[in-house]
Ligand binder design. Structure first.
Ligand code: BG6
Length: 495
């Protein structure tokens, strides 16, 4: 038996295969997302032998680069990695300038892709990644279609398109975008990214719930008192005021990441771990959430803005955009009837902390003299999404010593203790794209169900702002005190 805190992994069972070669076209290749996430993630896959040698990556954008100057540009951002590996990886990377608005540009792109086909124009499947502003999605998709670049000659030569969030700005916009893409693509070709689903700790929710026998019997309203989901960030709006001030935290974090985490924690067990089976359960769950308005009323939703937000570069002096929100919601189904789910997310808070805490009920009766059941602490399952990725279970236990005293102790597992560096969420999702696995991507009905839930709140904030004051909170703290009051009125607190 080992004495330290490290985990001894026993047999490892993996459900995935190795991807074959493909062509990847990245629109917006010299932009921030490509530099910070996409190319480092592709390199990470290459280093793990998960990018076949015949794979070709074609960066596209308005800027003009040669293949060599583009590689040199990327190499700067990959300077922390072993140079020989970077060089070998970059030999798979090419560049082609594209003016997105010009139909001719897509014809020339088609010719370039044919030239780069390492399977002599016969078979390579192709992934288009749209790392560009969402307003360009319809035009780029239409032009790809017109140039014949979305045509799938057979099942092996698939043509898939990855879309970054935001997928729509509101319910009507999301529907419209969906319709415009569907003119050219079917759902199996569309990969809508929510990078939270690529996080190891978010995928762990599936395994924890559905690969263990001990949780399912107690994963319901009989044993669980409440569930809390927090996504706190220490950073503010940084250099993204142009986007963020239009969006606000409800669109930026709740409509996607928070609801995805909620779905995984609360959904029913799918019949199999396959894309549509999983996504069917998610959408069923989202449709069981009780409408947030009018029943929740003002007390059920808190919105705030950090002090100093309006002085951030690019933020209007009168901005009414929320940088924090907290809300209580209920899921009206057999499993969760009456269990509150508390969600909060915000910027400029004390520290980065994304976590799901499952708070269990008190024991129904205490056999311990002088200690009523309610005085015993509630057990809590902590799913630490980031940082300190891992999980813990806080239980009551006997404390060492001659007297019968009890206290809370936590069983802990940290991912870093496994010795394996976690793969970045984007690397994981790009791997799934190459494996043609949509399980961790958002289906259209899920996006629309999420917008249906939040649209009334967005409308209410816009049309009746006097009913839902925008609370100012101090940077570096815990957000508005009213978010604590949200739980306190229910006799609870954030754990
Ligand atoms: C993005 C949001 O989707 O997620 C950002 O647009 C937010 O505003 C980010 O900072 C948080 O992601 P992570 O992985 O750092 O928790």
């Amino acid at each position: 038996m080992k004495q330290d805190n490290r985990i001894e992994w026993q047999e490892t069972l993996c459900v995935e295969q190795h991807p074959g070669p493909f062509q990847m076209v990245i629109f917006g290749a010299s932009g921030d997302l490509s530099r910070r996430k996409l190319f480092p993630s592709l390199l990470a896959l290459y280093q793990r032998g998960l990018l076949a040698e015949q794979t070709r990556i074609l960066g596209c954008g308005r800027q003009s680069f040669t293949d060599e100057s583009f590689r040199a540009h990327l190499a700067e951002g990959l300077s922390g990695e072993p140079p020989a590996q970077v060089k070998a990886f970059l030999s798979l990377v090419f560049y082609h300038a594209v003016d997105y608005a010009q139909a001719d540009a897509y014809q020339s792109l088609a010719r370039r892709l044919e030239d780069l086909d390492t399977c002599q124009r016969t078979c390579l499947p192709r992934l288009y990644y749209l790392a560009v502003p969402a307003t360009l999605y319809p035009d780029i998709t239409r032009e790809l279609h017109s140039a014949g670049l979305l045509h799938e000659a057979d099942a092996k030569s698939w043509r898939h398109v990855v879309f970054e969030k935001p997928f729509g700005f509101d319910l009507a916009g999301a529907k419209q975008l969906d319709q415009s893409l569907r003119q050219y693509l079917h759902e199996k070709q569309i990969y809508r990214i929510d990078h939270y689903l690529g996080k190891e700790t978010v995928q762990n929710i599936f395994l924890l719930r559905f690969a263990n026998v001990i949780f399912e019997p107690i994963w319901n309203a009989h044993y669980i008192d409440n569930i809390q989901i927090t996504a706190a960030e220490a950073i503010g709006v940084e250099n993204r005021a142009g986007y963020f001030d239009q969006a606000g935290i409800l669109r930026d974090m709740f409509q996607n990441h928070m609801l995805e985490m909620l779905s995984l924690v609360a959904m029913e067990c799918p019949s199999t771990f396959a894309a549509d089976a999983v996504r069917d359960e998610k959408v069923k769950l989202l449709r069981s959430i009780r409408p947030l308005l009018p029943t929740a009323g003002t007390a059920g939703i808190v919105r705030g803005q950090y002090d100093g937000y309006r002085r951030e570069p690019g933020v209007p002096a009168e901005s009414q955009t929320e940088t924090y929100a907290a809300l209580r919601l209920y899921i009206d189904n057999m499993r969760w009837k009456g269990v509150p789910f508390y969600l909060r997310a915000g910027k400029k808070l004390a520290r980065k902390n994304t976590a799901i805490n499952v708070v269990f009920k008190h024991v129904p009766h205490s056999i311990f003299p002088n200690i009523p059941a309610k005085a015993l602490q509630q057990d809590v399952l902590h799913l630490r999404i980031q940082p300190a990725e891992g999980m813990g279970l806080t239980l009551q236990a006997k404390m060492a010593g001659p007297k019968l005293c009890m206290g809370a102790m936590t069983l802990n597992y940290n991912y870093l203790d496994s010795g394996e560096k976690p793969l970045d969420a984007y690397a994981r999702l790009l791997l799934d794209c190459s494996l043609v696995d949509q399980t961790l991507f958002i289906r259209s009905d899920i996006i629309l169900a999420a917008w249906e839930l939040y649209q009334p709140v967005l409308d209410w904030w816009e049309n009746q702002p006097q009913d839902s004051p925008l609370l100012t909170y101090a940077p570096g703290g815990n957000g508005p005190a009213q978010a604590d009051a949200l739980l306190a009125t229910d006799g609870r607190q954030w754990v």
